[in-house]
Design a protein around this ligand. Structure first.
Ligand code: BDR
Ligand code: CA
Length: 312
């Protein structure tokens, strides 16, 4: 069983990451810490609470975190996730309030108090994680690994050279990648291959089970945005791949590379500069996803949805 803190900005694909983490007997979810990214932190926090209410899950701490990146103004992604951050279906109003502790205090306290090492799974901008490391550097050796969705070797989605999560807070990403903590970078080269097709989403939308229908409608919305902006025929499920890999390492093929974060580019701010040929002579600081078992991944997600169908 792996102890994890899931730091996220729900977000359609973050929602599926939460569902996968909560359904897995391999995962002990210590808390969901939210951050500004796909939407303001008020909205991502509220969305996390709504997701737990939808699933009927109680007792998982949910915290509100950073309102903006370390140095920059916040850039959100309403064109992909809508005004609420989770457009496409009506979710129940939260029955739980979350906890009052800030995400950063929660991350630091939990790591300091735990006798076992903890995985940080990060599916939004890395602001909360970076500030936690800067605030309490001793937590670094309490972290088993940071498995993050962000960046790419070659691909991009928010500028011609950057992926959204890294682009929103590149200074935070730099702190994380330079920290010496073991890192798995799950980037767009691989996540863009993990597409739930319109047919698969239709099956969810047409289900007799209300949870599947709601998830189907949410993913339909996300798929339409991806079709409009990138011509992708379905919903690329970026974020849950981090959780899937934490559950089962067979899901990804990874390679060790050095990754630098561009923070001062004229055109390339937020790029993950992945040294695939070892040209820089720098030692690897991350394992980088280069391929995924898409069939296995989709099965895991469908199983996770079924798990909650039974319980609600
Ligand atoms: C990432 O950006 C967000 O919009 C998604 O939730 C995912 O974390 C993909 O670039
Ligand atoms: Ca996300």
């Amino acid at each position: 069983m792996k102890n994890i803190i899931l730091d996220c900005d729900p977000g359609h694909d973050d929602m599926v990451a939460i569902i996968l983490a909560l359904s897995s007997p391999e995962i002990n979810l210590l808390g969901i810490t939210t951050v500004a990214g796909n939407q303001t932190v008020d909205k991502t926090f509220n969305n996390a609470l709504k997701i737990l209410t939808l699933l009927g899950v109680k007792g998982i701490p949910v915290t509100r975190g950073s309102e903006k990146p370390i140095l920059r103004d916040l850039k959100t992604a309403p064109e992909f996730h809508g005004i609420s951050g989770l457009d496409g279906a009506e979710l129940p109003e939260p029955k739980t309030m979350g906890i009052q502790t800030n995400s950063i205090d929660f991350i630091v306290d939990t790591l300091q108090k735990s006798k076992d090492k903890i995985y940080i799974v990060a599916t939004g901008p890395l602001t909360n994680i970076a500030i936690s490391i800067l605030k309490a550097p001793e937590i670094k050796n309490r972290i088993e690994r940071i498995v993050l969705m962000g960046g790419a070797i070659h691909d991009s989605n928010i500028t011609p050279s950057a992926e959204f999560n890294i682009y929103v807070d590149p200074e935070a990403a730099k702190v994380v990648f330079d920290s010496g903590i073991p890192i798995t970078m799950v980037g767009l080269d691989v996540t863009n291959r993990c597409v739930f097709t319109f047919e698969e989403i239709k099956t969810l939308k047409n289900s007799k089970k209300s949870l599947s229908r709601i998830i189907g409608h949410l993913l339909w919305y996300f798929a339409q945005s991806n079709l409009k902006y990138y011509g992708i025929e379905g919903a690329p499920l970026h974020d849950p791949l981090t959780v899937a890999y934490t559950i089962n390492k067979d899901i990804l093929k990874v390679k060790e590379y050095h990754v630098d974060i561009e923070t001062r580019g004229e055109y390339t701010t937020g790029a993950t500069v992945v040294d695939i040929y070892g040209i820089s002579g720098k030692n690897p600081n991350a394992e980088v996803a280069v391929d995924a078992d898409v069939g296995m991944y989709k099965s895991m997600i469908f199983e996770a949805i079924k798990f909650f169908e039974k319980s609600i």
